[in-house]
Design a protein around this ligand. Structure first.
Ligand code: C5P
Length: 219
């Protein structure tokens, strides 16, 4: 699948988990390894696309030719994605965006004091939902859903709520696939189409399968 079938296409990919700072030394993180997003960026690059990768990670190699934008928080990720979105033909939100951020980031290290500590959190913008609202008919949008239960139901809800063209749904309760794993097995959902289940394959192979699905279903 390393032909140039994405030549002339601009592909925007987000990868990794956002970090939400608490104070200068602490943050709220999640278990996203960034592997799936990097695999998608690499696969699109290998197929001739002009790729922009918006990532929270710095520990994974990126091939020459891919434009990399490093971000930390969900707010930064949204700003950078919105900047690139208008010129993207295909946008793939593989990042694990924190649903909440800390209400007041302390500029000094918070001292330990009491037996309990309550941290107030505010909801982050749903970037994918926002992109789904502003996307043009000529733009193709891919979202992910990481679920621990009711995979198909939750994924179907997200497909519709976020107005995506393709939703990739992933059972993260299994340790052999999903977060941090080298392999993945997913459901592929499209509006008004039958659900497809992929075989369990490496994230590199799965990335190509996802791009195959995008190409075969875009105008
Ligand atoms: O709602 P949920 O977090 O399960 O949706 C997952 C999808 O939405 C992923 O594609 C993720 O990148 C995206 N997302 C987002 N902004 C958020 C939360 C999730 O873009 N605040």
């Amino acid at each position: 699948t390393s032909n140039a079938d994405l030549k002339g296409k601009r592909v925007l990919v987000s990868a990794g988990g956002t970090l939400e700072p608490i104070d200068p030394v602490r943050y709220i993180a999640n278990r996203s390894s960034g592997k799936m997003g990097y695999a998608l960026a690499n696969a699109a690059n290998a197929r001739g696309a002009q790729v922009t990768l918006v990532t929270t990670k710095s520990d994974l190699p990126v091939p020459r030719g891919i434009q990399v934008e490093k971000v930390v928080t969900a707010a930064e990720m949204e700003a950078v994605l919105l900047k690139h979105f208008p010129t993207a033909d295909i946008t793939i939100m593989a990042a694990a965006v924190a649903d909440y951020r800390v209400a007041q980031i302390s500029s000094q290290k918070i001292k330990k004091k009491n037996e309990t500590w309550e941290l107030k959190l505010l909801k982050n913008p749903d970037i994918l939902k926002h992109l789904g609202q502003i996307k043009r008919a000529d733009q193709y949008l891919v979202g992910f859903a990481a679920e621990t239960d009711e995979l198909l139901k939750n994924a179907t809800d997200k497909l519709l709520a976020k107005n995506v063209d393709l939703l990739v749904a992933n059972d993260v309760s299994r340790s052999d696939i999903g977060f941090g794993a080298d392999e993945n097995q997913v459901l592929l959902l499209r509006p008004q189409k039958d659900v497809k289940t992929t075989p369990k394959v490496t994230k590199e192979r799965l990335a190509h399968k996802i791009l195959d699905e995008v190409l075969s279903s875009s105008k």
